[in-house]
Design a protein around this ligand. Structure first.
Ligand code: GLV
Ligand code: MN
Ligand code: MN
Length: 416
């Protein structure tokens, strides 16, 4: 029979169908922030597909959904080989980020099942709550709770950008399940994902064998000044929270450029109060996202930012408060599994390159408890977190075929 191959038409069909849920009009993109009605509708659709494949569905206390498939000869007592990702999106997201990894997992199972084959180990496909972190920080919330990195009770209390809280929203959309957290530890976790960056495309390489993920630091800074009349208040008498937020924003760019290397920094969200043309802002809230593969450099960047903020708040006589929204150290994936991604790509005659991940992913949480690795496929123009995010059907087929070989071997699937 030779090697198994996925049906990329079927996979592409599911990606397109899921993308209709929360579709952003006039674009290819999706808006399914975690635990919104759109997220719930997407969840229900994917669960229907899991049920059609005869998978057992477990929903845990944080709303992670794990579907497990057993072939006729599978030993139910063995740990599952797990794949998956997330189906929540940023508010202005694409159709591939996360969704690909989940739907490719279903495609792997369908490919194996339709051949009448049976792996020794169960195969499971998970989608994890709130990977994006855009509505509820930290990012990778569901997988963090799954691996025991954050207690369920604390996670349920997390407040979102819209004042809602995780527990209440989970109840509201009916996804607060009974399965235990932390969840069962898989034999291994393999995640297929779009690169979300420009490297594979630029080098004309089909597959990234991801060996690491850079460290992530999210800080929310709240500045309290004094609102006053924009026309009458002399400049030296202002305590302008809006201006302080602007200074911090441009400092982040300066700092990151000065550090150089692969340091990146982003102010992606600024809210002003009262946000009016002729009123000096009394309050500003902004977020700073700093990332580096080297945790020492990242710590130094955090320290320099903190010092800058403290000096500025003294100088401007404003109150300034910093809150850590997310902090994850750089993660290294399993050497042997990275080697398998390379080996299977070569066997399939697909070009491959070992690389690091700039984005955070659920697989990095699983790396805490089991061997884990990721497979990247190219992103057109390096675009992601953007409705125009695109990866071709052929590129997805290549990535999914590597995933399939990995899942087949790890689950002890034998065929000729
Ligand atoms: C998650 O998508 C992140 O890396 O921000
Ligand atoms: Mn993602
Ligand atoms: Mn994302």
């Amino acid at each position: 029979m030779g090697m198994l191959h996925v049906n990329s038409e079927r996979l592409w069909g599911r990606i397109s169908e899921l993308a209709q849920v929360g579709a952003i009009d006039g674009t290819m993109g999706c808006s399914r922030l975690a635990l919104t009605d759109e997220d719930a509708e997407g969840r229900r659709l994917v669960i229907t597909w899991m049920q059609d494949l005869g998978m057992d569905i477990a929903i845990d206390g944080i709303g992670n959904v794990v579907g497990t498939w057993y072939g006729p000869d599978t030993d139910r007592h063995l740990p599952a080989v797990m794949t998956g990702s997330h189906i929540d999106t940023v508010k202005t997201g694409g159709r591939f980020d996360g969704n690909l990894g989940v739907l490719a997992g279903l495609e792997v199972i369908e490919t194996i099942a339709e051949q009448g084959l049976s792996p020794q180990h169960p195969i499971s496909v998970g989608f994890f709550t709130g990977e994006e972190g855009s509505r509820y920080a930290p990012d990778m919330l569901g997988s963090l709770v799954y691996v025991g990195g954050l207690g369920l009770e604390s996670a349920l209390e997390i407040k979102g950008i819209d004042g809602t809280n995780v527990g209440e929203e989970l109840e509201r959309i009916n996804f607060r399940g009974q399965a235990p957290c932390p969840g069962p530890i898989p034999k291994a976790f393999i995640e297929l994902h779009i690169e979300q960056g420009p490297i594979l495309e630029a080098e004309n390489i089909a597959i990234g064998a991801v060996d690491s993920v850079q460290g992530i630091s999210w800080t929310q800074i709240t500045i309290e000044g004094q609102s006053n009349h924009a026309g009458t208040t002399p400049m030296h008498m202002r305590h302008d929270a809006g201006w302080v937020a602007g200074e911090i924003t441009s400092y982040v760019r300066r700092l990151v450029k000065e550090i150089g290397g692969n340091q990146v920094g982003t102010v992606g969200k600024i809210d002003l109060v009262p946000n009016l043309v002729n009123v000096v802002a009394s309050k500003a809230t902004l977020t700073v996202d700093l990332r580096n593969t080297d945790d020492e450099i990242l710590k130094d960047a955090e320290l320099q930012l903190a010092n800058f903020c403290d000096n500025l708040s003294t100088q401007e006589e404003v109150k300034l408060h910093r809150e850590v929204l997310a902090r994850f150290e750089p993660v290294t994936f399993d050497d042997a599994l990275v080697g398998d991604v390379i080996r299977f790509s070569e066997l399939l005659d697909i070009s491959v390159k070992q690389m690091t991940s700039g984005a955070g992913h659920d697989a990095q949480m699983f790396a805490r408890v089991c061997p884990a690795v990721m497979i990247f496929v190219p992103s057109e123009n390096g675009l992601s977190h953007n409705p125009d995010e695109f990866t071709s059907q052929k590129e997805i087929e290549d990535g999914s075929n590597v995933l399939l070989q990995m899942m087949a071997e790890l689950s002890g699937l034998h065929y000729d």
